[in-house]
Design a protein around this ligand. Structure first.
Ligand code: IPM
Ligand code: MG
Length: 347
């Protein structure tokens, strides 16, 4: 986040943007300061803003807390409270990162897909849920409930179709309709929405097959639309097409009445925390998505993305994307290089 704020300051100065930035605590830092993962003051501050840029929220220190006060609970509450039902996770390969993916270059070169993940429903939020004792056997039993209402499916399907209309006009809806009733409803509702988008080519894939197809031949995909849990899993999987989770931004959007949240797909990587090793690019590209989608500053967004390209072209790499012949830098230096590239200009 420190690196990204500096990049935003640089782009604001270059394009004369009047960008007022404030910061608020959330996740582990908020738990330490207030005992809660999402303090009311933070939520109010988010609501009063045009957009929220979110860093990462967890770590070993908070892993054993009761669920209600865990960092992740704060993140889910933020998404729910701001009504952010649509999570956009683009995976676009960078020509400069050839060799960084664990998959063969011919499989990943030219990948350009978008995972549209439903974010405020499904098994993450469905009730009943809990850990109880089965009265008849005395066995412990844990349960969560995958629930979708027709309107939840319809609105995320519309987001996916609208995005597809601006891209390759192809949507694959991912479900498990061969087993789950909730997925059967999902599929039926997606098909209904697709009737309004005659130009979009809609197909359906079971989630197990989709996972396999993503690593077999990802270039078959344009837009994938799926539920909360399947999208969580598939978007991590898609990140490896680009070479590193450290490169993937995301946008979480609602109906437009409040701010969206822009955050890297990756988590807090507690194993390398404080070592200046993290890749700031996912957060910087999330800021670019924020400029583009929330603030309508297209030139500034283009400039930030161009800066990432320029720094990669010049051979600078953090550890997660390092390869032979490139120059290894830490998080801070990578941030400085991005600031220099933004300030130097070029689109
Ligand atoms: C993500 C993360 C979160 C999720 C966790 C941290 C709650 O994995 O944004 O993908 O599961 O949604
Ligand atoms: Mg995840």
């Amino acid at each position: 986040m420190d690196a990204t704020v500096k990049v935003l300051e640089a782009v604001a100065s270059r394009f004369d943007l009047n960008l007022a930035m404030t910061s608020a605590l959330m996740g582990g830092a908020a738990i330490d300061a207030t005992g809660e993962p999402l303090p009311a003051a933070t939520l109010d501050q988010c609501r009063a803003s045009d957009a929220v840029l979110l860093a990462c929220i967890g770590g070993y220190k908070w892993d054993d807390l009761p669920r209600a006060t865990r960092p992740e609970t704060g993140l889910l509450a933020l998404r729910k409270q701001l009504g952010l039902f649509a999570n956009l996770r683009p995976a676009k390969s960078f020509a400069q990162l050839e060799g960084a993916s664990s998959l063969k270059d011919e499989v990943v070169n030219g990948v350009d897909l978008m995972v549209v993940r439903e974010l405020t429903g499904g098994v993450y939020f469905g009730t009943p849920k809990g850990i109880d004792t089965d009265p008849s056997t005395g066995a412990r039993v844990g349960y969560s409930n995958m629930v979708y209402h027709d309107y939840e499916v319809q609105r995320i399907a519309r987001v996916a179709m609208d995005i597809a209309m601006k891209r390759g006009k192809a949507v694959v809806s991912v479900d498990k309709a061969n087993v789950l009733e909730v997925s059967q409803l999902w599929r039926e509702e997606v098909i209904k929405v697709a009737a309004d988008y005659p130009e979009v080519d809609l197909s359906h894939m079971y989630v197990d097959n989709a996972a396999m197809q993503l690593v077999r031949w990802p270039k078959q995909f344009d837009v994938l639309v799926t539920g909360n849990l399947f999208g969580d899993v598939l978007s991590d999987c898609a990140s490896m097409l680009v070479g590193s989770l450290g490169m993937l931004p995301s946008a979480s959007l609602g109906d437009g009445s409040g701010p969206g949240v822009f955050e890297p797909v990756h988590g807090s990587a507690p194993d390398i925390a404080g070592q200046d090793k993290a890749n700031p690019v996912a957060c910087v590209l999330s800021a670019a998505m924020m400029l583009r989608y929330a603030l309508a500053e297209t030139d500034a967004a283009d400039a930030v993305e161009a800066a990432v390209e320029a720094v990669l072209n010049a051979g600078w790499r953090t550890g997660d994307i390092m390869s032979d012949g490139k120059t290894l830098v830490g998080c801070k230096r990578m941030g400085e290089l991005l600031v220099e590239a933004v300030s130097a200009g070029g689109k």
